[in-house]
Design a protein around this ligand. Structure first.
Ligand SMILES: *Cc1c(COP(=O)(O)O)cnc(C)c1O
Ligand SMILES: [Zn+2]
Length: 418
């Protein structure tokens, strides 16, 4: 018997465990995982697989987790006495061993293991950034087939960890991000593979919820407050869902952590909607012309899981949460300050989260003695690049009009030549 079931938040229907199940009645609501075991159990070791609350039956490859530790320097600077940092990235002295440098690697690991167990033979992912790198890396680690599709204009900032350069990466010469998504869908269909599923994939959310499980393993209780920068909302929803399980367990506290979520101004559709108290996002606030004005492309998602039942709006409401907007110069300032204080470089999205914590302290939304978890969703890129070296992406260039049969052949010959 399986140790979990998949349930619809809208109608309560229990669905069969298939890769990325959907409820046919409720298109506007998310499914979630219900684990038979109401108590968290943690096996020995350091890997993420030691937690019982993951939608997988085994582990076909090894996967390190985030590092959670109690901050002294940043905590002192902000005048906080119980600040914990969850760091997803490369920071060997602290035990940080995520070579792709963001929490997308946790998500990717659980997605790949779950997909393999459900008989999925491969996945096509449209991403220009951290998800692409994480999936490419996991493909190498697990032997699972992954094809990445990106718009050519995004290739410039892309890098893979050493060894992942052979993962097929299709670059669209004449398309933007939404064209890449369309192309990825067509290619997946042609290859007989399911779509990756985005936020609707329970394995993604539970994989990101590992951050909270690690935190509880270190702190011994649920934090009072949780800080994270959000793009699609997947990570924050995953943490909220995990906190509900931990509350039900009973040993880790009596309150859900308050979610403090942040976005980079001026593209901050969820921040704006929540500050108005609305479940609906406004079209003018999703304007793509705002995206080039922010420093954090990973937070520029134009279809976030905000309004959907069981999404970010519900998570904020359930926890009495808040949303913050952070200007570019504040992002840079806090990236630098963080590195100076804690001793590791962080990605801009993490700078957004740190800046939001400072705002919350200054505005009195947290008490200085409360237990706070700051999710540093990515860091150590600078160190990985200097110390282990990274690889350039070697793309297969195609146009939107290129027939998928030709792309399949190019992928096939790439694999046979490497
Ligand atoms: C994707 C990403 C985020 C945002 O996470 P969502 O789950 O999309 O809300 C934040 N930080 C980093 C480093 C990311 O890669
Ligand atoms: Zn339903």
């Amino acid at each position: 018997m399986s140790h979990f079931r998949i349930k619809c938040r809208g109608c309560g229907t229990v669905l069969e465990d298939t890769y990325c199940a959907f409820c046919e009645h409720c298109r506007g609501s998310l499914l979630y995982t219900e684990y038979t075991d109401r108590t968290l159990s943690i096996m020995d070791g350091k890997e993420i697989w030691r937690f019982n609350w993951l939608p997988v039956h085994g582990a076909s490859f090894s996967q390190p987790g985030p590092v959670v530790y109690r901050s002294e320097a940043l905590a002192g600077y902000l005048g906080l006495s119980n600040l914990y940092i969850a760091f997803s990235g490369y920071w060997p002295e602290r035990g940080g061993n995520l070579l792709t440098c963001t929490f997308k690697e946790l998500e990717a690991a659980v997605v790949v293991q779950n997909a393999m167990e459900n008989g999925v033979r491969g996945l096509v992912v449209a991403s220009a950034g951290n998800t692409a790198r994480a999936m490419a890396h996991l493909s190498v680690v697990s032997g699972f087939d992954v094809v990445v599709v990106v718009p050519t204009m995004c290739l410039l900032d892309m890098w893979y960890p050493k060894g992942a350069e052979g993962v097929p990466t299709v670059a669209l010469t004449d398309g933007d991000y939404s064209d890449s998504i369309d192309f990825a869908r067509r290619l997946a269909t042609h290859l007989g593979q399911p779509f990756e599923g985005g936020v609707k994939n329970i394995a993604k959310r539970d994989g990101l919820g590992v951050v909270l499980l690690e935190a509880v393993a270190v702190i011994g209780r649920l934090p009072d407050h949780y800080f994270q920068a959000v793009g699609s909302g997947t990570g924050a929803i995953g943490v909220w869902e995990m906190s509900e399980r931990l509350l039900r367990d009973g040993r880790f506290g009596r309150h859900l952590p308050v979610l403090h979520l942040s976005q980079n101004l001026p593209f901050a559709p969820m921040t704006r909607a929540y500050q108005r108290g609305e479940r609906e996002l406004r079209r003018d606030e999703l304007d793509p012309s705002l995206i080039p004005l922010i420093t954090t492309r990973v937070l520029s998602n134009r279809y976030p899981a905000y309004s959907v039942i069981g999404g970010v709006y519900d998570a904020l409401r359930a926890t009495g949460g808040r949303m913050y907007g952070v200007e570019n110069q504040e992002v840079y300032r806090w990236m630098e300050l963080f590195e100076g204080l804690e001793g590791v470089d962080i990605v801009p999205a993490s700078g957004v989260a740190v800046a939001s914590l400072e705002q919350a302290v200054r505005q009195g939304w947290v008490n200085r003695g409360e237990t706070i978890l700051l999710n540093i969703t990515g860091g150590g890129e600078g160190r990985v690049k200097r110390e282990t070296g990274v690889s350039e992406v070697r793309p297969i260039y195609v146009s939107k009009e290129t027939p998928v049969e030709e792309v399949e052949e190019a992928i096939f010959s790439l694999k046979n030549s490497s």
